[in-house]
Ligand binder design. Structure first.
Ligand code: CNA
Length: 319
């Protein structure tokens, strides 16, 4: 399914209105925790965004002041998104590799929220983490590779841009190249076979999402027991539409520092309530919002679930 197909499928799922089973005894964090502790909640999908890594020192895109989009003046870009556009990158890769030093610091450690997901995995409750992040911190936290979908790719692998070459490079290789340059004059990594630019396997605007994303969303979302969304503005499609793909009765928890955007007139006309969540309405029986820093919210959840000591231990044991 392509991006547009996924978007329209999410709309059609919304249209299927019938009596749905209510799985939460009450629409509250306590009700959710009770459900999470039960045998009914075995297959949890987590959708992740840049907000989950800000406490690790990696800026997000859209937070006012600290976000990447607020700090691009020095690069003289025609428009902020050019930084991540494949056409622009082919002409002028230097700004991206300069910024990459911020996105891929050498000493960065996973956050408490990453370890909360690792704990979910250890408890056998994690179906999959769908991450928009490119920082590989889910892998570093020790979540098994098969439980992670890097929807927008990551720095984990890189390839030579030349279609005749396509030589593959590792995370360590690209990291060493990115960090080698002078901060004011970053080096563009070059292929040691053919001399072309080497690009991390990050999905730039204008590139297709990985096949694994489309294959696994079809499989996972219709068959999950809980959706958790952490640290994302839900502005990027088709990722944002995924939350519409879980069945109508499945509870959805959103954890974010700021509220989600309100619908535009057109979106409202199409019956789309902005983010797709329904926290406020009286008929809401499944959407819960925990507003705050995700590390604090995950800590709170872990405590209520009786997992706090295990979470502390996981963080302590991590080298
Ligand atoms: P975004 O649009 O910048 O939104 C981030 C959201 O997280 C905002 O709503 C913030 O309010 C919220 N937030 C920030 N800090 C916290 C916190 N501590 N706790 C809870 N919420 C917080 O970023 P999205 O992820 O929604 O956008 C998708 C883009 C961002 C993807 O294409 C990524 O590749 C890209 N990105 C990734 C990284 C990374 O890998 N760490 C960094 C920057 C951008």
């Amino acid at each position: 399914m392509d991006k547009l197909g996924l978007f329209f499928k999410s709309l059609s799922v919304r249209e299927e209105r019938h009596e749905v089973q209510k799985l939460l005894s009450e629409v509250s964090i306590d009700g959710l925790v009770k459900y999470m502790r039960s045998e009914l909640c075995r297959r949890v999908i987590v959708m992740v965004g840049a907000g989950m890594s800000t406490s690790a020192g990696i800026p997000d895109f859209r937070s006012p002041g600290s976000g990447i989009y607020a700090n691009l003046k020095q690069y003289n870009l025609p428009f902020p998104e050019a930084m991540f556009e494949i056409g622009y990158f082919r002409q002028r890769p230097e700004p991206f590799f300069h910024l990459a030093r911020e996105l891929l610091p050498t000493e960065v450690k996973p956050t408490r929220s990453h370890f909360f997901l690792k704990l979910l995995s250890q408890k056998g409750k994690l179906r999959r983490v769908y991450t928009q992040n490119i920082d590989c911190l889910e892998r570093v936290a020790g979540i098994p590779d098969e439980e992670i979908v890097e929807a927008h790719g990551s720095f984990y692998r890189s390839h030579c841009l030349s279609s005749a070459c396509r030589k593959e490079y590792s995370l360590d290789w690209i990291k060493s190249k990115i960090m080698a340059g002078d901060e004011s004059a970053p080096k563009v990594p070059k292929c040691d076979e053919c001399g072309s630019t080497v690009k991390p396997d990050i999905v730039f605007f204008g590139e297709r999402l990985p096949d694994r994303f489309f294959r696994l969303t079809e499989q996972d979302f219709p068959d999950c027991d809980l959706l958790i969304v952490i640290g994302t503005s839900l502005c990027v499609q088709p990722f944002a539409s995924l939350l519409e793909l879980v069945p109508q009765h499945v509870p959805r928890l959103a954890i974010n520092l700021t509220p989600f955007k309100q619908p535009s007139k057109l979106e409202a006309l199409l019956g789309m309530p902005g983010s797709g969540f329904d926290f406020e309405s009286e008929s809401n029986f499944r959407d819960i919002f925990m507003q705050g820093r995700c590390d604090d919210m995950c800590d709170d959840l872990a405590a209520r679930l009786g997992w706090k000591e295990e979470l502390d231990q996981l963080m302590k044991d991590h080298k």
